[in-house]
Design a protein around this ligand. Structure first.
Ligand code: ZN
Length: 183
């Protein structure tokens, strides 16, 4: 596999570095949308270097666990040859679900940065909070709302387009059905 070497430009503030990586994750989420998947993108960063990137590919992989975060945790582990991803930061465009939040705790990810909140299944404060729970043996540092508007618009636009396509298909099916019954 080709070696990925992506680092933010020198001289950025920590907040600007977060935006840099979130922008990158956002472009990965676009890839997911182009493939008909819910647009969520993620990157895993260690020492300001990209060690893994991923996007949702559950539908095409027939894999309910193939969320963007799971992809980067798996690839990150393979890359650094360790199932503990100590000192890494995971950037993701949408607040993680319980599965991904749990996996991040297992992986000992140091810091999580996410874009849009997920008020239906978010497990970093919106519905549950699995990554800052003192009952578990690891807690992550969390930064939320980085490029929030951009990330949340990306998701809304995807679902809006999907609803529209669904409506068109239904209308077409109805029309075809009507034609058939006229024969
Ligand atoms: Zn997830």
């Amino acid at each position: 596999m080709e070696e990925i070497k992506i680092t933010p430009p020198h001289g950025l503030t920590p907040a600007e570095i977060d935006v840099f990586w979130m922008q990158y994750a956002h472009t990965l989420a676009d890839k997911a949308a182009q493939q008909g998947e819910v647009p969520v993108g993620a990157v895993l960063v260690l020492d300001n270097q990209l060690i893994a990137e991923g996007w949702n590919c559950s539908i095409q992989n027939h894999d309910p666990t193939a969320h963007a975060e799971m992809m980067v945790l798996k690839r990150g582990g393979e890359k650094i040859k360790n199932y503990r991803l100590v000192d890494t930061t995971l950037y993701v465009t949408l607040e993680p679900c319980p599965m991904c939040a749990g996996a991040m705790v297992h992986a000992r990810v140091k810091r999580l940065v996410y874009g849009a909140s997920d008020f239906k299944t978010g497990a970093v404060g919106s519905v549950f909070n699995l990554v800052e729970d003192a009952r578990l043996n690891h807690q992550l540092r969390v930064e939320s709302g980085v490029l929030e508007d951009q990330c949340s618009q990306q998701i809304s636009a995807f679902f809006k387009a999907r609803r529209k396509a669904h409506k068109t298909n239904k209308a077409l099916a109805k029309k075809n059905h009507t034609n058939e019954s006229c024969l």
